[in-house]
Write a new protein. Structure first.
Length: 521
């Protein structure tokens, strides 16, 4: 017998992560989103209702499935609406959808059609199906669609109960065969069916990011099942692992919850073993009262998430910072020593950079992002040293900031300051306002010099030296390099360089003059 329909209602006043007592009618959803400026979401939902009404008129039933229902229940913004259709065969379904826009088959064997409406809205429409695992690869599945399958049976192939809730967008009623609403209410992550769950080991990583994003607790039976799947994680492609890391680090307010879940479920042991030693790596209790390096890392990632949201960073800006916060102290396991009762990790940033590259390569991070992350990790202690100099009222020359801008490239001083702030917020029992003040000081000082967001430009150009009468050739590049070094190390201006080379005739001679100035000043 089909599970009974359970009716619930969401109200816009309820805070995120709280399950509402009842479900708004569709028109209320649309007007509420329009008031909040979510026009694209409202337009997509209107399209969903039109499609569902057409399917109903044709004798079928269309239900929203998966993450869209979960996010509606949590009063979260919905990015994608997916529809599952019961009672309509594949050929007839395609005919029903064609008037709404371009219909593309994105997975014919999976029974999935994509409807593209005005080139701005894409809605996936699928038929109920049964999946059967045939091999270790992601594509090694046999799939059988069945439009007359019972709703509860169709939902059984879903990974977690919170993703196995269905909703009728025309009436607001939901069907909840595996009590996913109850699990959302109690913040529990529970496997739907252990026989189908084990078919895809990526679901263990999905558990990790769901715990972080929705602040859930994995129930004991599900935890045991996922832990037993740890060995199969090695079959996952790097690209699929990458997507789960992006969701965890970019969509979670407290990604540390997901990180700890990953450690508990064996994700780090099997895929990223460079993190495991952090648990047993101690820190100076005066500077790091939070505990070992793993505890500090989790706090730093949470603080980086907070700082990024406070600064209203877009995902492209946030991504390298979150990765850098995750990796910034990986080298402490190699460099931590205890002497005279003090725990230190001198030079850990160098080792951290190498281990960060190992992690980034294991999830196929693009080269541009990797370069930014490695620069941030390598330089993450520099702002702290500058802060200490400032607090001691020591003069800090402009050249220090210019040199730091170059060393931080292709990242920049502003991003480095934000990472340092997150690191310090997770490290020291000091006034948080003071940490923010020091971060602002670093950025403002760099901004005054024009190096807060970009690498400091070369002091002299090739044209400058050619205008001074020097012959074109490889020596010009050396002159450009030396002039910038003199600016960064000795505070030379463009006019200082020109004055010192005023009577010099050849490029070779000019190089000798600048090299002597660099050594003697």
């Amino acid at each position: 017998m089909e599970n009974p329909v359970v009716q619930t209602k969401i109200t816009p006043e309820l805070e995120a992560n709280k399950i509402a007592d009842s479900l708004l009618l569709p028109d209320d959803y649309i007007s509420d989103w329009q008031e909040k400026g979510l026009e694209k979401q409202a337009e997509s939902y209107e399209a969903v209702m039109r499609i569902c009404r057409a399917i109903q008129d044709a004798g079928g039933r269309a239900l929203l499935v998966g993450g869209a229902v979960r996010d509606l229940l949590l009063s979260k913004e919905v990015k994608d609406f997916d529809i599952e259709v019961f009672g309509v065969e594949a050929e007839k379904l395609e005919d029903i959808l064609r008037p709404f826009g371009k219909v593309m088959t994105v997975g014919k064997s999976f029974g999935v059609l994509k409807v593209s409406i005005n080139r701005t809205i894409d809605i996936d429409v699928s038929l109920p199906r049964r999946d059967s695992k045939k091999g270790s690869r992601h594509a090694d599945f046999s799939v059988a669609t069945d439009p007359f399958m019972a709703i509860s049976e169709a939902a059984r192939r879903r990974d977690f109960t919170i993703n196995a809730i269905l909703a009728d967008p025309l009436t607001g009623k939901i069907v909840d065969p595996f009590h996913g609403v109850d699990d959302l209410q109690s913040k529990t992550l529970r496997v739907v069916d252990e026989e189908t769950f084990v078919d895809d080991p990526l679901r263990v990583l999905r558990a990790m990011q769901f715990v972080g994003r929705f602040e859930l607790v994995v129930d004991e039976h599900s935890r045991s099942l996922m832990t037993s799947m740890a060995d199969s994680l090695k079959h996952l492609s790097k690209e699929r692992v990458y997507e789960e890391w992006r969701k965890l680090l970019l969509k979670s307010e407290h990604p540390s919850l997901g990180l700890q879940a990953g450690m508990d479920l064996g994700v780090f042991e099997k895929l990223h073993p460079e993190f495991a030693p952090l648990i047993t790596t101690t820190q100076d209790p005066e500077k790091h009262p939070e505990g070992n390096v793993w505890e500090h890392t989790k706090l730093a990632v949470d603080e980086m998430s907070y700082v990024a949201r406070r600064e209203k960073l877009v995902e492209q800006e946030m991504w390298p910072l979150m990765l850098a916060a995750l990796c910034h102290d990986l080298g402490k396991a190699e460099t931590t020593t205890e002497k005279n009762g003090r725990t230190t990790a001198h030079g850990h940033e160098v080792f951290s950079t190498g281990l960060a590259k190992v992690f980034l390569d294991s999830i196929s991070v693009d080269k541009n992002t990797e370069a930014k992350v490695l620069a941030l990790v390598r330089q993450h202690m520099r702002p702290l040293y500058l802060h200490q100099e400032k607090l001691q009222a020591n003069e800090i020359k402009d050249s220090v900031f210019r040199r730091l801008a170059k060393d931080a490239a292709p990242s920049n001083i502003r991003e480095l300051a934000l990472l340092s702030e997150a690191d310090q917020r997770a490290s020291f029992e000091v006034n948080q306002d003071q940490i923010r003040e020091l971060s602002n000081w670093l950025v403002e000082r760099a901004k005054q010099l024009g190096v807060d967001r970009q690498v400091a430009p070369e002091l002299m150009t090739g044209k400058d030296f050619l205008d001074m009468g020097f012959t074109p050739g490889p020596e010009i590049g050396k002159l450009i390099q030396l002039s910038s070094q003199l600016r960064d190390a000795r505070g030379f201006s463009r006019e200082d360089i020109i004055q010192n080379l005023f009577s010099v005739k050849t490029s070779i001679e000019a190089i000798e003059v600048l090299e002597k100035l660099l050594i003697n000043n």
